[in-house]
Design a protein around this ligand. Structure first.
Ligand code: NDP
Ligand code: BG6
Length: 604
C-alpha cells in the first residue's frame, strides 16, 4: 500500500516535487510496508512542508503553471491511492485534491498542525556563522512566512548573554537580503520576540537539561520538534550532540541536528566523527550541511539537465570535451587563519563544495527526485572516480602584494598562521570519472583565496564541430570556436551558452556571442541565501541537499590519499601575489590535459 502524501506536500505552492516525504518514502516504498506499521524511532522524523505558506517567489505566469501542475499532481496522488489500495479517497482527500488557490492556503494552514512546535537551537550562537548566516536566514524565512506557526529560536553558547543582548546582537548583525524590504523593522521586532538565549557549556548535560526545561516552557505541551544547529568548532561536535541528545531531545516529536563542515580532515577522522555521532543519533537525524548545495544555480543544475531535451543528450564524453569547476575569492583567510591552516583549500572547498557540484553534474538520471534516489546516484559518481594523482594537483599560497599604494597581507602574515606554513590557499586538480558516460573527460577544479575576483562557476566546453564548414571564418584557434555552457553560481547568477554567430552584414564574419540567461534581468525576485533553503529543508525533513554518510566516505576516499601525499612530501606551494590570477602551474596542468581555463577572458 502506498501512503498518500500529506496534504501539505500534495498542494504546497513551491517545489512540492522536492517535498516528497523522503524519510518515509524510500524505506517504505522499498519494503512495501505501510508507514503506520513502522515504529517511529525516538528521534523519528516526520516531514512537514511549510513552503506552502511562503510568499510566492515567482512571477505570476510561472506561479499559475506551478499551481496547475500541483493540482494535477494532487489528482495523481489520489489516483495512485485508488489504484494501489482500491479504496475511494475520503471526502477530505477529495477536497484537498480539488483545491482552489484560496482553499489551498486555508487547508494547508489547517493541516500544518497547530498542536506542534519547532524549536531551533543554534549551538554556538555567539559565533561568526550564527551572526552572518543562520540568524539572517531564519529571519528571512520568518519574513517570507515560511516558518511554522509555533516556533522558538534559542541561542546557546558559553558567552553570558541575556535574551535582550542576543536580540540586540541579532538585530545589529542583520545582513540578510530582507533588510531593505518593506516592514522589515516591524517583522524584525516580531521575530526577535521569538528569540531567546541560554548560556551553557557544550559538554554539560546539566546545562542542556536547563535548556530542555526552557524549551518545554515555550512548547507549552504541544508536540515538540527540535532542531539543533551545531555552529561550533568541530572538536566539540560530539560533546554537544551527546548532551543535546541525552538531555534536550524531543520526547514526542523529531530531533534533528545540522552539522557544519568540516566533517573530519581525512577518511579516518571523518569515519570516527560519524561513528561518534551515531552513538547518539540515527543517520536520518544528521543533516550534514554543504551550503553550496543550497545555492540557487546548483539547485537548478538538475532542472536544467533533466527538464530540457536539448541538454541531456549532449551530457557525456561524446559531446563534452572537459568540465571546469571554478571557485575564487578576492579576499584571503583573514580572521579564519587558525581554522584554515589546519585544513587548506582542498579540504575547505574542493573535497566538499566543488566535488558535490561535480557529483550532481555528472550523475545518471535518478529514479525520482526523492533524496535517497538522488544521493544514490551521486555516490555512484564519487565511487567511479579515478584516484587523484599528485602530479594532477597544483598547490599555491598567496603572498603579500602592494598595489596602488595599498598593501595586501600574505597568508603567513596572519598571526594565527605559522610563518613556515605550507598550507595551500589555492589548488587546481584534474579528476576523472571512469564510467561509460565520462571516460576520458577531464573534470578540472580550481579553487583559491586572495585572487583577482570572486566567482563560482561551472564551465562545460563542448567538442569541435566535425568537418566545420566555417573553420576558415573561425581562425586558427578552433578551441575558442567550440560551444561553452557556463553556469555562474555567483555573483550575478547566470546561465549562458557561447555560440558562433554571423556578424550582420554582407560579408561572412563570425563572432562569439552568448545566449544569456542573466537572473537579475529575467527575475525580479531576489535569490534566497543558501542557508535559507537548507534550514527550511532541515525543518521539513527534506534530506536531498544534505550529505549522506556514504557520500562523505566516498568523497574522503577520493581526496585522502592525495592530501596525505602532498603533506608527507611537504610539497612547496607556488606563491602568487594577493589579488592575482593564481599560480601559473594551473595553466600547465590544464594544458597537459588539453584544456584551457575558460575564466581567463571576458565573455559576457
Ligand atoms: P566560531 O569560531 O565563531 O565559533 C562559534 C562559537 O563556538 C564561538 O562563538 C564560541 O562561543 C564557541 N567556541 C569557539 N571556539 C571554541 C572552543 N575552542 N571551545 C569551545 N567553544 C568554542 O565559529 P564560526 O561561527 O565561524 O563557525 C561555526 C562552524 O561552522 C565551524 O564548524 C566552522 O568550521 C563552520 N563554518 C563556518 C563558516 C563561516 O563563514 N564562519 C563557513 C562554513 C563553515 P562561546 O565562547 O560563546 O561558547
Ligand atoms: C566555506 C569555506 O565553506 O565557504 C570558506 O569554509 C569560504 O572558506 C566559504 O569562504 C564560501 O562560501 P560563499 O557562500 O561565500 O561562496
Amino acid at each position: 500500500m502506498t501512503a498518500l502524501p500529506s496534504p501539505n506536500h500534495c498542494c504546497s505552492s513551491s517545489s512540492s516535487a522536492y517535498s516528497v516525504n523522503s524519510s518515509i518514502g524510500f524505506h517504505q516504498i522499498q519494503r512495501n510496508i505501510p508507514f503506520s506499521l513502522i515504529p517511529q524511532k525516538k528521534f523519528g522524523s516526520k516531514n512537514v512542508s511549510f513552503r506552502s505558506k511562503c510568499s510566492p517567489s515567482l512571477p505570476d505566469v510561472v506561479l499559475m503553471q506551478d499551481v496547475v501542475s500541483k493540482i494535477l499532481s494532487c489528482f495523481g496522488a489520489l489516483a495512485t491511492k485508488l489504484v494501489a489500495t482500491n479504496e475511494a479517497p475520503s471526502p477530505k482527500e477529495l477536497k484537498e485534491g480539488l483545491l482552489t488557490v484560496e482553499d489551498r492556503n486555508t487547508v494547508v494552514s489547517d493541516g500544518k498542525g497547530d498542536d506542534s512546535t519547532v524549536s531551533i537551537t543554534i549551538v554556538g550562537a555567539s559565533g561568526d556563522l550564527a551572526k552572518k548566516k543562520i540568524f539572517p536566514a531564519l529571519f528571512a524565512l520568518y519574513y517570507e512566512d515560511c516558518l511554522p506557526e509555533h516556533f522558538t529560536i534559542f541561542g546557546y553558547a558559553r558567552s553570558k548573554m541575556t535574551d535582550a543582548e542576543l536580540r540586540d546582537m541579532v538585530s545589529r548583525t542583520l545582513t540578510c537580503r530582507i533588510d531593505k524590504r518593506e516592514n522589515c523593522g516591524e517583522k524584525m521586532e516580531q521575530f526577535l520576540k521569538r528569540c531567546f538565549y541560554h548560556s551553557g557549556n557544550y559538554d554539560s548535560e546539566e546545562n542542556f537539561t536547563e535548556l530542555d526545561g526552557k524549551l518545554k516552557e515555550h512548547e507549552a505541551g504541544r508536540v515538540s520538534n527540535r532542531l539543533f544547529y551545531l555552529s561550533i568548532p568541530p572538536n566539540i561536535f560530539v560533546d554537544a550532540v551527546k548532551c543535546a541528545s541525552r538531555s534536550a531531545s524531543s520526547a514526542n516529536g523529531w530531533t534533528r541536528v545540522i552539522v557544519e563542515k568540516p566533517f573530519g580532515r581525512d577518511s579516518e577522522s571523518s569515519a570516527a566523527l560519524t561513528r561518534s555521532l551515531k552513538q547518539y543519533l540515527e543517520e536520518e537525524q544528521i543533516f550534514r550541511i554543504d551550503h553550496y548545495l543550497g545555492k540557487e544555480l546548483v539547485e537548478n543544475l538538475s532542472v536544467l539537465r533533466f527538464s530540457n531535451l536539448i541538454f541531456e543528450p549532449l551530457w557525456s564524453r561524446k559531446y563534452i570535451r572537459n568540465v571546469q569547476l571554478i571557485f575564487s575569492e578576492d579576499f584571503g583567510t583573514e580572521g579564519r587563519g587558525g581554522y584554515f591552516d589546519h585544513y587548506g583549500i582542498i579540504r575547505d572547498i574542493m573535497q566538499n563544495h566543488l566535488l558535490q557540484i561535480l557529483a550532481l553534474f555528472a550523475m545518471e538520471t535518478p529514479v525520482s527526485l526523492d533524496a535517497e534516489d538522488i544521493r544514490n546516484e551521486k555516490v555512484k559518481v564519487l565511487r567511479s572516480m579515478r584516484p587523484i594523482r599528485v602530479d594532477d594537483v597544483v598547490v599555491g599560497q598567496y603572498k603579500s602584494h602592494t598595489r596602488g599604494g595599498l598593501s595586501y597581507p600574505g597568508y603567513t602574515d596572519d598571526k594565527t598562521v605559522p610563518k613556515d606554513s605550507l598550507t595551500p590557499t589555492f589548488a587546481a586538480a584534474a579528476l576523472f570519472i571512469d564510467n561509460a558516460r565520462w571516460d576520458g573527460v577531464p573534470f578540472l577544479m580550481k579553487a583559491g583565496k586572495a585572487l583577482h575576483d570572486r566567482r563560482a562557476e561551472i564551465r562545460v566546453q563542448f567538442r569541435h564541430v566535425p568537418g566545420n564548414l566555417y573553420n576558415r571564418n573561425v581562425g586558427t584557434d578552433t578551441d575558442r570556436a567550440t560551444n561553452e555552457l557556463v553556469i555562474r553560481v555567483q555573483p550575478d547568477e547566470a546561465i549562458y551558452l557561447k555560440i558562433n554567430n554571423k556578424v550582420p552584414g554582407l560579408g561572412m564574419r563570425l563572432d562569439r556571442s552568448n545566449l544569456n540567461l542573466l537572473y537579475k534581468a529575467r527575475y525580479t525576485k531576489e535569490i534566497p541565501d543558501a542557508y535559507e533553503r537548507l534550514v527550511l529543508d532541515a525543518i521539513e525533513g527534506e534530506r536531498r541537499l544534505f550529505i549522506r554518510s556514504d557520500e562523505l566516505d566516498a568523497a574522503w576516499s577520493l581526496f585522502t590519499p592525495v592530501l596525505k601525499e602532498i603533506e608527507e612530501k611537504k610539497v612547496i606551494p607556488e606563491y602568487y601575489p594577493y589579488g592575482s590570477r593564481g599560480p601559473v602551474g594551473a595553466h600547465y596542468l590544464a594544458a597537459r590535459h588539453n584544456v584551457k581555463w575558460g575564466d581567463v577572458g571576458v565573455d559576457e
